[in-house]
Design a protein around this ligand. Structure first.
Ligand SMILES: [Zn+2]
Length: 168
């Protein structure tokens, strides 16, 4: 176990939890039935059981070993993720296993906009949640990939909705 406090799975500027502006008092009193708009990323926070299962599946898909989550049932955040030990496999092998399991490269116009520590791949699971998997670049192409991380996205990780939601 590398510990439950690892935060590498959610690192990257497009996946930072958006800074909510400090609330200003409304000019008019709100109607009593007013509900604030549901947070766009809420499904990854509220459906934590599905997220945990999916992350475990991803570890199996890449023949890796799940070593820790960056969330608990009490401490949750918008992009819950896990660290996966690649068990010595090469960078290319990990990428090919993701491709065989339906993951696609998460680039826009050939550019990867977040998670620059590795190559990003994404897939929408049948439960409606998106997953972003980052295969860390090895220091030397002949060496195995040092780390794989995966995290949940409630919207397409390269989609406009997520991009707008991520701007502080
Ligand atoms: Zn992401």
């Amino acid at each position: 176990m590398t510990g439950l406090t690892t935060t590498t799975a959610s690192a990257g500027f497009l996946c930072v939890i958006p800074q909510k502006p400090s609330p200003t008092p409304p000019a008019q009193p709100l109607p009593p039935n007013y509900r604030p708009p549901k947070d766009l990323e809420d499904p990854c926070i509220s459906r934590i059981g599905a997220v945990t299962n999916d992350l475990r599946k991803i570890a199996q898909m890449v023949h890796g070993r799940l070593t820790g989550y960056d969330f608990t049932s009490q401490k949750r955040h918008a992009f819950p993720g896990a660290d996966i030990n690649p068990r010595g496999q090469s960078f290319g092998q990990a990428i090919s296993r993701l491709g065989k399991n339906g993951f696609e490269s998460s680039t826009v116009l050939g550019i990867q906009w977040s998670h620059l520590e590795g190559a990003g791949y994404q897939k929408k699971f049948s439960d409606g949640l998106w997953y972003h998997v980052i295969v860390a670049f090895p220091t030397d192409p002949r060496r195995p990939t040092p780390q794989i991380t995966a995290h949940c996205h409630a919207t397409n990780p390269t989609g406009l909705a997520h991009f707008l939601d991520s701007i502080p």
